[in-house]
Design a protein. Structure first.
Length: 428
């Protein structure tokens, strides 16, 4: 269970314990009728955030996105629903693919399909036309990606691929196992997300477990592996508890992971992290929270001077999930930023939102940012909010992905709703 320390947590049914500082959204105006314009935000059912207030484009249903708050200059639009949405990726032809597992995680999302699902929008009305299963019999699947003529996906401990051709709605051939990662298996932190760097290497996250003991000679458990032809991959970075999301940035040969660190450690120096993937890094778990901060209660006190320090950190319980990089279509200050969904604290869902993190566009590395003080600071800002309103009525964001057309898609593992966000001027 992810926990948010320093605050009172309440069981989901005891909503009276939870207070929210989020204001109620203002009533929506309705735009005048007329033909659908050339912009995504002109599509019926779009909720537009303008200098004159929130405006609904008539002719569609905006009720499922009415809770969302965005900066002025953007719109939000409902897209579709897949139970227990845990990972989003786009096929080369633009179809959205969704990993929908049934194996239990601390996220606890219901109605998984044990499948990878495809959501096409062939009529380009901003809504999924259908949501058929593309691959089935996948109870423990999360990671997926497209590369060349292949769809790669997780099946338990295995990374598998099938042939994929443009606009396929069913596998184009037989499955091929690329790696079987059995160096360590966590029954709770089983998801394996992965991505491919510019140089062709695939990096995979592998989960450890909360109760591991600090031993200087401990074997590799939680960390990042590279698929280099060695059986089960080769460890690259270690000292992670649960690297829940791995994504690579284009143009700088850089890959990153988000780490869900030690539960119940917020007041003991613990922090979640967004980290670059580099050969030989040790991020400290279970001995150290960060550089020079030993984990609480470990005896003898470990030397944490060699622990890799992070530049981007999150409060324990904010729970950063699989993220993505804006490809250069959005206006400043969001151009090429990293967008991270925060899943929020177990029980209260406090902290659930989507944040944007500026990068150094010369190096591709994120600028320092944090939520350790309870709200985004430094180069990190809140982009989308509304899930954390004390009602548990709108689920919690679980994965995001940018489409080639510039829209940001946001998935939800609790109620399965998927919607997209776009700048008002983004053309179709």
């Amino acid at each position: 269970m992810r926990a948010f320390l320093g605050f009172v947590l309440c069981l989901p049914l005891i909503s009276a314990c939870h207070t929210s500082s989020s204001p109620a959204p203002p009533p929506d105006a309705v735009a005048g009728s007329g033909p659908v314009g050339p912009r995504f935000c002109d599509l019926p059912g779009s909720l537009r955030f303008t200098s004159e207030g929130r405006i609904v484009v008539p002719g569609g249903d905006s009720s499922k996105v009415g809770f969302v708050s965005l900066p002025t200059g953007f719109c939000v639009h409902f897209f579709g629903n897949v139970g227990n949405t845990r990972e989003l990726r786009f096929a080369p032809g633009g179809e959205l693919f969704v990993a929908s597992p049934v194996m239990g995680t601390t996220g606890g999302g219901p109605n998984g399909r044990s499948a990878i699902v495809v959501l096409p929008d062939d009529d380009h009305d901003g809504l999924a036309d259908s949501s058929p299963n593309f691959l089935t019999d996948l109870p423990s699947t999360q990671g997926l990606m497209f590369s060349g003529d292949w769809l790669y996906f997780q099946d338990g401990t295995q990374i598998v691929r099938v042939p994929y051709h443009l606009n396929d709605r069913a596998p184009g051939g037989d499955r091929e196992v690329i790696a079987d990662i059995k160096v360590y298996f966590s029954s709770l932190h089983w998801p394996k997300t992965f991505d491919q760097a510019d140089d062709g290497l695939i990096y995979v996250g592998n989960g450890g477990d909360q109760g591991e003991s600090c031993d200087p000679t401990r074997p590799f458990h939680g960390g990042i592996l590279k698929l280099d032809g060695a059986p089960g991959g080769t460890p690259v970075a270690r000292g992670l508890r649960n690297p829940i999301g791995v994504r690579c940035q284009r143009g700088h040969n850089l890959c990153f992971a988000v780490e869900l660190a030690m539960d119940y450690s917020a007041d003991k120096g613990g922090r979640e992290k967004l980290i670059p993937i580099r050969e030989g890094d040790d991020w400290g778990f279970p001995c150290c929270q960060t550089r020079d901060v030993p984990a609480d209660g470990v005896q003898p006190v470990p030397d944490c001077s060699a622990t890799t320090p992070e530049e981007v950190s999150f409060l324990i319980g904010d729970t950063p999930f699989p993220f993505d990089f804006e490809p250069g279509n959005w206006p400043a200050p969001y151009t090429e930023s990293i967008f991270v969904p925060l899943h929020g604290a177990a029980g209260s869902w406090q902290g659930a939102k989507v944040v944007a993190l500026e990068i150094d566009r010369d190096t591709g590395l994120p600028k320092p940012g944090s939520t350790l003080d309870g709200k985004p600071s430094g180069a990190m800002t809140t982009f989308a909010s509304g899930w954390d309103n004390g009602s548990h009525a709108h689920g919690r964001p679980s994965s995001i992905a940018f489409a080639k057309d510039g829209r940001l898609f946001i998935g939800n593992d609790n109620d399965g709703n998927i919607f997209w966000v776009a700048p008002l001027e983004l053309e179709r």
